[in-house]
Design a protein around this ligand. Structure first.
Ligand code: TMP
Length: 175
């Protein structure tokens, strides 16, 4: 774990309309977006993390042009990787949130990427396998998170419900 200087913007990457964008723009949930969309939100709890534009980021110097370029590049690369990884286990990556930090002059990813920060839908049934189960009072969030971990090969082979340490799990399995 590295301590970073947090950039005060969150990036949300969307492949499919869900959540706040459906309400803001009146798009039906589940509509595939014509292209991957990156949105920015200003990190301020008191203001409720408002949606901002690149112009706001430049105007208030929350990130330099070069940093913003790195942020966009990273967001697209993370999306490409995660879309493929989840597609391989029958899960659709609807959207996710990223945070960024500065470390030795470079932009790095900060915070976590998990079912708390992503929308993950089963490809066949469209069942929600993420925090929306909690946000929308659907129940079964622990089972959904375990299902994601199981499909990704992060659960113990038999018994037990705990997610195992990925590194030792891989070492044991020799991969
Ligand atoms: P939204 O549709 O509510 O704007 O959320 C977009 C994505 O960002 C969704 O995968 C949930 C994630 N997210 C967080 O991880 N933390 C937050 O505070 C918010 C608002 C969204």
């Amino acid at each position: 774990v590295r301590q970073v200087e947090i950039v005060p913007i969150e990036g949300v990457v969307r492949n499919v309309a869900a959540g706040s964008i459906t309400k803001r723009l009146g798009i039906e949930e589940g509509t595939p977006l014509p292209r991957t969309l990156i949105e920015y939100y200003y990190k301020d709890d008191a203001l409720g993390d408002p949606l901002i534009s690149e112009e706001h980021i430049a105007c208030f110097n929350w990130a330099s042009q070069e940093e913003l370029h790195d942020i966009q590049d990273m967001a697209i690369r993370v999306n490409d990787f995660l879309v493929g990884m989840f597609a391989g286990v029958g899960i659709r990556l609807v959207d996710f949130k990223l945070e960024f930090g500065r470390y030795e002059g470079e932009i790095v990813l900060a915070d976590e990427i998990s079912p708390d920060t992503c929308r993950l839908w089963d490809k066949e049934t469209m069942k929600k396998l993420d925090k929306d189960r909690f946000r929308r009072d659907l129940g079964g969030e622990a089972e959904a998170y375990q299902e994601v971990a199981r499909r990704l090969g992060l659960m113990p082979e038999e018994g037990g419900g705990a997610v195992v340490d990925l590194v030792s799990h891989r070492l044991r399995k020799g991969k």
